[in-house]
Design a protein around this ligand. Structure first.
Ligand code: UDP
Length: 456
């Protein structure tokens, strides 16, 4: 990460580039990934932003400043930077409490544009609160608005028991975005269907998947990877990578591992002592995701799996390929997963995936070809599928090869950015040809955080 550079200095080097705004209110593209709430959205915005800059755009990525110690501007490459706006106190604020700060976010963004004399004819917003920001910009500046949901309230609330107070607002804003954005980018056909069935039929939707860096995530030598990580050649490694969040279903994986160990004790196919569960991700127990981490650690202890389990903590993308390569199987037990970057990262490294048959995972993982899909929450089926990969060498070998090929052919960030770039150009061209047909310019009533605060 490069240090802060003054905007004026960076701008003077920009010849004839079209400036566009990527907006990601809580997913800071310059943040450390895997910690607190930083995950797939941060990776998506950063990777897409950098790839779009390589394709000729000037990319300004706006996020909320969540620590006073963070730099206000982080320059990632000559034409791509993160700009942190002050909206609410400069501390971590949980997502469900962020919406009331969005008007301040809009004002800070408008002020920034005014100060720098920049105009963004196009904004690509990420997550529903940024989408709300985009609707506000669309109303005031008639921009082209593109939106990626990353997570959809209408689907998420079906799979959680504790529905937050903000839920009704979120659902209403998600509907407005779909009906008023110039284009919504669904990251899988499943998401497109969910949007049409659960949210509104009045949207314009393009399916463009998420991607992965195929030069970082690629098949390497398993033996070398294990040597570097200190993992023995005999161990049977089951890997989890991701945040500590209840909807990630880590508990299902822990219970499945315990069940598998009991089965192995009876079958003698694999020495149960060699079963190793490696959990990558999460920050210190005191941090925002600490409660779920402590809960998971307690279940591990309760099931007497402590000796079989390693909590590695957060690992950067520079070293993550080693973990995927060293693993025999990567498990994604999510209750709900809009896309699931971890699946394609593991597959790109040639690691078989056992995943819940939900959301984007049903699109990226082809069951029996690039991994195995299992009903979410189903401990017995997870145990069986993991056991199959660990014991059936022919099946595992076939999956390894096909998984890597699928990702390299379909899910590279460069390929994703090319598709987004084409979409942006088409929308900008359309707006020049028919400026009177702007979407979202109809006088629909808009939800404001003030109304919400009054209502709750
Ligand atoms: N990740 C990481 N280090 C970690 C844990 C996770 O870099 O210690 C990354 C992981 O490689 C992936 C992202 O965080 O790129 C998680 O994205 P995914 O879509 O799987 O889940 P989300 O966090 O969006 O729910």
């Amino acid at each position: 990460m490069q240090p802060h550079q003054p905007f004026a200095a960076a701008r003077s080097k920009i010849p004839n580039r079209q400036a566009i705004a990527l907006i990601s209110e809580h997913g800071d593209p310059a943040a450390e990934i895997g910690k607190d709430a930083a995950g797939g959205q941060n990776v998506y915005v950063r990777q897409v932003g950098e790839a779009l800059a390589k394709l000729g755009w000037q990319v300004d990525m706006f996020t909320r400043k969540s620590s006073s110690e963070d730099a206000t501007i982080v320059q990632h490459s000559p034409y791509c930077r993160t700009i942190r706006l002050t909206a609410g106190p400069e501390v971590y604020i949980p997502r469900d409490e962020l919406f009331e700060h969005m008007p301040e976010f809009v004002n800070a963004l408008l002020k920034f544009q005014q100060k720098e004399g920049t105009n963004y004819p196009l904004a690509h917003t990420n997550y529903w609160m940024s989408g709300w920001v985009g609707l506000e910009l669309q109303r005031r500046q008639n921009i082209q608005l593109i939106h990626t949901y990353h997570s959809l309230g209408a689907v998420k609330y079906q799979s959680v028991s504790d529905i937050p107070a903000i839920a009704q607002t979120r659902l209403a804003v998600e509907k407005q975005i779909l009906e008023q954005a110039h284009c919504v980018v669904a990251t899988s056909p499943q998401e497109q269907e969910d949007l049409e069935v659960l949210v509104s039929q009045l949207g314009k939707i393009d399916v463009i998947p998420c991607g992965t860096n195929v030069s970082t995530f690629r098949p390497l030598s398993k033996l070398d990877a294990r040597k570097q990580l200190g993992i023995g050649a005999n161990e049977k490694v089951v890997l989890y990578v991701g945040r500590f969040d209840k909807r990630k279903g880590i508990e299902t994986l822990i219970r499945a591992t315990s069940e598998l160990r009991s089965q192995l004790e009876q079958s003698a196919e694999i020495d149960p002592q060699h079963l190793k569960l490696v959990v990558v991700g999460g920050s210190d127990p005191q941090e925002a995701d600490g409660a779920e981490r402590r809960r998971i650690e307690e279940i591990v202890a309760e099931l007497d799996l402590t000796a079989n389990t390693d909590f590695v903590g957060m690992v950067g993308h520079d070293r993550l390929p080693l973990y995927y390569t060293a693993a025999d199987v990567c498990v994604i037990p999510s209750h709900y997963e809009p896309f699931g970057l971890v699946a394609i990262e593991a597959m790109a490294c040639g690691t078989p995936v056992v995943a819940s048959a939900v959301g984007g995972l049903k699109f990226t993982v082809i069951s029996e070809e690039t991994g195995l899909l299992v009903p979410p929450h189903d401990v017995g089926k997870f145990a069986h599928a993991i056991g199959r990969i660990l014991t059936d060498d022919i099946c595992a070998r076939k999956i390894r090869k096909q998984a890597a090929t699928r990702v390299h052919q379909n899910f590279s960030w460069t390929g994703v950015a090319i598709q987004l770039s084409d979409l942006y150009r088409r929308l900008l061209a359309e707006s020049l040809m028919s400026p009177g047909l702007a979407r979202g310019s109809s006088p629909t009533s808009r939800l404001s955080p003030k109304q919400i605060v009054k209502a709750s």
